[in-house]
Design a protein around this ligand. Structure first.
Ligand SMILES: C[S@@+](CC[C@H](N)C(=O)[O-])C[C@H]1O[C@@H](n2cnc3c(N)ncnc32)[C@H](O)[C@@H]1O
Length: 235
């Protein structure tokens, strides 16, 4: 099942059909937490990428993180559990074993399909019975962004899906966005920051925007308890 109605699915054509996890095209895979830290440095302003997880762990609270469009190698942090979501499971057996000891799951699925999000929702509900959300979501597709179409309305749906599984207890969402979103970002961030319960920040690189060099726009959203369930619309 696709995330979108038949009309938009028709317009998207091939883009929502099954895709290959074409490792040779990605250039970068299995990145470390330090690589993710670097990729989001411009919106982290010197903070550690897993600050929201560390803060909870230090208070002995449960903490969950998700690596969306990745194989979970960056989920190297002290937490209760985590989830990696990618087109297929390209983890080494040693990583799979380590992950299962650390309560890190993996879902093979296309983020453009509803079934993938249903699986994500089920995983987090089953594992985090307290606030049923992730306290950190990281999405660094780099070249994988090409699988997501250049349609800003599709990216809005995906962001809302990620927002739905972000904890309202100061959950942090860090994501790279398509360059097609750049014209909308500054105004939308103002709207988000004017909304109670949402803190938003973004960065648009002013140099080479070719995604293989990992210079995509980045976005950071923090969700507080009084935040709305639906993200405000972009103009
Ligand atoms: C360039 S790799 C980046 C992997 C990882 N985030 C990293 O930084 O090392 C692209 C990733 O995006 C995933 N991906 C691409 N299109 C996807 C889609 N439509 N749904 C889910 N995952 C997707 C691939 O499975 C792959 O793991």
């Amino acid at each position: 099942m696709s995330l979108f109605g038949s009309e938009i699915r028709e317009r998207l054509g091939k883009e929502v059909e099954d895709k290959m996890d074409t490792g040779q095209d990605w250039f970068v895979t299995h990145s470390s937490r330090a690589d993710y830290q670097k990729a989001f440095d411009n919106v982290l302003h010197g903070r550690l990428i897993h600050d929201s997880i560390l803060a909870r762990t230090m208070r002995s609270q449960q903490a969950f993180a998700m690596d969306l469009m990745g194989y979970g190698t960056a989920l190297d942090m002290p937490m209760t559990g985590g989830l990696a979501v990618s087109l297929s499971d390209k983890r080494l057996v040693t990583q799979q074993q380590r992950d299962s000891q650390k309560n890190i799951g993996h879902i093979s699925g296309d983020v453009l399909k509803s079934t993938t999000w249903v699986e994500i929702e089920e995983w987090i509900k089953k594992n985090n019975t307290q606030d049923q959300g992730f306290h950190l979501i990281m999405c660094r597709p780099i070249r994988g962004i090409r699988h997501l179409t250049d349609r800003p309305e599709v990216h809005s749906v995906l962001l809302q899906r990620a927002w739905n599984v972000l904890s309202p207890d100061r959950g942090v969402l860090l994501t790279q966005t398509h360059t097609a979103d750049s014209p909308y970002l500054p105004q939308w961030i103002d709207i988000l920051n004017a909304t109670p319960g949402i803190h938003a920040d973004f960065h648009i690189p002013d140099h080479n925007q070719e995604e293989i060099y990992d210079t995509l726009p980045t976005l950071k959203l923090t969700r507080l308890p009084d935040a709305p369930e639906k993200l405000p619309q972009r103009i």
